[in-house]
Design a protein around this ligand. Sequence first.
Ligand code: GAR
Length: 207
Amino acid sequence: MAAARLVVLVSGSGTNLQALLDAIAADPDGFGAQIVAVGADRAGIAGLERAERAGVPTFVCRVQDFATRDEWDAALAEATAAYEPDLVVSAGFMKIVGKEFLARFGGRFVNTHPALLPSFPGAHGVRDALAYGVRVTGCTVHFVDDGVDTGPIIAQGVVEVRDEDYADGGDALHERIKEVERRLLVDVVGRLARNGYRIEGRKVIIP
Ligand code: GAR
């Protein structure tokens, strides 16, 4: 079976992207997926450099280059569609996509979030969990729907909060979450690609 085509979207350091690149490079025939392009909402980020180093084509779609948010969304959808992906992975992509993107990629658009959804959705999952005073948190890989981090959950990983996490604003906690998150994302994307899947209501079934 041909490897599933992935487009990965990033906004920052791209360590989750790197984990996918490394897993595919370690087992190009067995992993079941290939990254055909990396897209970003901003230029000059480490995530794009990681793609370039790996020889993967990149594209940038910046909100400020479009008259409206809908036009940006349509352009992002078009740029992504040009690579004919089977799955799109948001790996630290810090934008909410719109109607056009979801119309084209709904049901095959995966996001990773640094909290145990449905708790602490949004752009500050780690900080919000700490502010609430939770003792465990973690990460969630889920399909994207038209809400903010509300789509069907595929897999979650748990990370304990340490007392010292309250002192440093969450940086060390986020790093520990990301260690779990990278393994989880690689595992989930590989299984989706190799086994296929179906979404039944809120349940994701990977045979
Ligand atoms: C990850 O922890 C991801 O869950 C988070 O950004 C980080 C990206 O790290 N995403 C969100 O907070 C989305 N709401 P990376 O750029 O090193 O992969």
